[in-house]
Write a protein that binds this ligand. Sequence first.
Ligand code: 2HG
Ligand code: ZN
Length: 444
Amino acid sequence: MAGYVTDWRDLYRGRARCVLRPASVAEFADVMAYCHVHGIAVVPQGGNTGLAGAAVPDGSGQQVVVSTTRLRQIRSVDAVDMSIVAEAGITIAELQSAAGDAGALFPLSFAAEGSATLGGAVATNAGGTAAVRYGSARDLLLGVEVVLADGRVWNGLRTLHKDNAGYALRHLFAGSEGTLGIVTAAAMRLVPRPAGRAVAFTALADEAAVGAFWALLRARCAGAIRAAEYISGHGLALVMHEMGLRAPVARAAHHVLVELNAASADGLCDLLEGVLAEALEQGIITDAAVAQNEDQCAAFWRLREDQTEAQKRAGVNYKHDIAVPISRVGELLARCRAALAQRCPDLLVLPFGHLGDGNIHMNVVRPAALGAAPHPEEGEVAGVVHDIVAALGGTFSAEHGIGRTKTDLLETLRPAVELDLMRRIKAALDPAGLMNPGKVLRQE
Ligand code: 2HG
Ligand code: ZN
């Protein structure tokens, strides 16, 4: 059971009564009906790549892990309807390639896409690097098939692009993290596959320039932006050191990776080079490199995608998956840097993330040399970050979800009315409290 009772960060180690791997929706229904009758708590799990501990059982040894990884059918791909219907255990990378074979694009994309599954991505409302253009998993969700807590199956796999019939139940399950039912299949929106791609890696001197660069990109390239990813100068140095990578630009305090996509490659590089020239001229960026081929595109992206792995190797990670209004990202970076340098000078402040969504992973690393445990400063660091985020009108949970990591924050930071509504929804769908107990909502 080893691979199913801990998360990949090794933050949580649980115990399970057993791990079940049903191979069909009917088997899932049987499992849930059985657990319902016998009062057995269930922890649904997809690729187990989550960052909030939602897929790990508690320490009681009484819970059953139910893995979706054997639900492996792609039920339909339709490049006219622009939809794909697939079962929960298909990985995000497999969906991308199935969509590609049909001449379309499945636009959800993130570092863990090789192992993360569709079911998990829907259940956690995963975001990623193309959310700035196409939205998070929820925005791509046309329909779901769910096995409910009592074993009933709801087949809501409609592939309609408009379906306005009462409460949008599918959205209840997006982001529910296995606490309301198990997503066994989903119908997802596809988008036209862009033929043109242009990628640049840039350097910027200060936080104000980060905001100004985004505003300029928006103004000049609006519909073509596929990603605008922020990486701190320290984060770039770390990923180069830990992963043996090279930087394509002069090192600076801040970096932004930009990817433009369009239906045709014509003029796309000119568009990108034009905006970079303007940004250089205005002193917004200090250096830029445009990828000349697919290998260089991939090499630029690795500097961004490998941030998580590099930070993991460097020490103990305190992650803060926050978002602020996009116009305030510069202020967020400056305030966190100053406040954390003053309060915890020995820690490395290594923010990176989705600039175009205002979603920065304000991660802090306690270098391995300082020793692993205990980490008395973790709560203090989180307090500093979340106070700044609140002052800027932001959220403590942008894309990774609540899991078990942030139940207390949810309880503290969300209004009583919002929490009451969530508890009522939970009680309605899972009256016996057997669906992933203690995740999202704290156990009473
Ligand atoms: C990413 O943006 C993921 O690469 C992981 O959301 C973020 O490691 C993290 O904190
Ligand atoms: Zn992210």
